[in-house]
Each structure stands twice: as structure tokens, then as C-alpha cells.
Ligand binder design. Structure first.
Ligand code: SF4
Length: 188
């Protein structure tokens, strides 16, 4: 598979978990809210905290969580190289954004096929170049905006190991990791 000039392969992992079990195992809103406060998107993107609702109540509206993990694997010749920061940023954008866009389209189709369901996106909303929240306006596309697992208190790292039986790898400065994993889901 190629995104512009980037070569990578994609593997897919899926699991179904009752929401009650998932909340017990992986949801910790106060802890992940503190992590979100360290992120530049906190309070600046409508898909990210702070919220005018309780994330626990959001989870409890649904019975099942269908998890999807998309693992983006890079060949050795790419992971052995050292990159300048701009090169690395471009590579990450070209791969993650391309796969995230495909996933978002698929999740919207899954919602259509499962009335009453709602998807959880892989990361924060990227529908607009600049989120309307920055200028104090309401979301421009509430029908397209979706929360991510982490934004409502889900532990993505634990989700990946416990339910998708995979491992997250952190990036080292100037290097591409062997893989990235995008994690998203469908609540129904
Ligand atoms: S759709 Fe646009 S305005 Fe709404 S959360 Fe996403 S980026 Fe912000």
C-alpha cells in the first residue's frame, strides 16, 4: 500500500466487548482527563474535553463496543533510517491521515448499517482546518464529529494489549516505529 511516496502494509484486528466490561477494565475518566489537559487540543476542539456531559453517561447509553485496530507497518528500510523532524512529520501525516480518512468513511457506513449506533474515531476530529471551538462557535458538522475512545476516558494502550492482543510502540526521535496502531470503534 502507498500514501504518496510512503510504503507500508496494513493489518487489521477486531474484538467485541460488552460496554459494562470495557468500562470496568479500560475506562478511567479522571485519569485520562488529566492526560487530555496536557494536549494542545484540550478545550480547543469540540471532539475533545472539556465537555458539557459526563463521559461515563455517554458509554452507558450503549451495550456493545466493537473495537477495530488498524496496524500500519513500515518496512525495515524505512525504520532503520534517521529522519529530520519535517520529514518524519510528513511521513506520519501521509500514513496516519490517509488511513484515518478511510477508517472514518468505513465507520460512517457501519453506523448506517447499525441504526442507533455511534462510532468512536481514531483520534480527534479533523473535519475542519481549524475547529470552530477556537473562535467560540458551535461545531460546523455535528453530524460528522465523533469522540475518540481516549477523549471519553478509554485507555487505548490497555485496549490494544487486552482486546486486540497487539502492542503500541512509542516513536523515538528521528525514527519511524515498526508500526502505528489506529484504534477506533462502534458503540451499539
Ligand atoms: S467538525 Fe469541525 S468544528 Fe466540529 S469538532 Fe470537528 S473540527 Fe471542530
Amino acid at each position: 500500500m502507498e500514501a504518496e511516496n510512503v510504503r507500508y502494509t496494513v493489518e487489521r484486528y477486531e474484538a467485541d466487548v460488552p460496554v459494562e466490561e470495557y468500562m470496568e477494565a479500560c475506562v478511567d475518566v479522571p485519569t485520562f482527563l488529566e492526560c487530555c489537559k496536557q494536549c494542545g487540543n484540550y478545550g480547543k476542539v469540540w471532539s475533545c474535553p472539556s465537555y458539557d456531559f459526563e463521559p461515563e453517561d455517554y458509554w452507558r447509553k450503549y451495550g456493545n463496543l466493537h473495537l477495530i485496530g488498524v496496524k500500519i507497518c513500515f518496512p525495515t528500510e524505512m525504520t532503520e533510517k534517521t529522519y529530520k523532524k519535517e520529514e518524519l512529520d510528513t511521513l506520519v501525516q501521509e500514513t496516519l491521515w490517509a488511513e484515518k480518512k478511510k477508517l472514518s468513511e468505513e465507520l460512517m457506513e457501519m453506523e448506517q448499517e447499525n441504526p442507533g449506533s455511534v462510532s468512536l474515531s481514531a483520534g480527534s476530529c479533523l473535519n475542519c482546518k481549524q475547529c470552530a471551538r477556537l473562535t467560540g462557535e458551535p461545531c460546523r458538522f455535528p453530524d460528522k464529529m465523533r469522540y475518540s475512545i481516549e477523549s471519553i476516558g478509554g485507555n487505548v494502550g490497555l485496549t490494544v494489549t487486552k482486546y486486540l492482543k497487539q502492542e503500541l510502540i512509542w516513536m523515538e526521535e528521528g525514527r519511524l516505529p515498526e508500526h502505528f496502531i489506529l484504534v477506533c470503534g462502534l458503540l451499539s
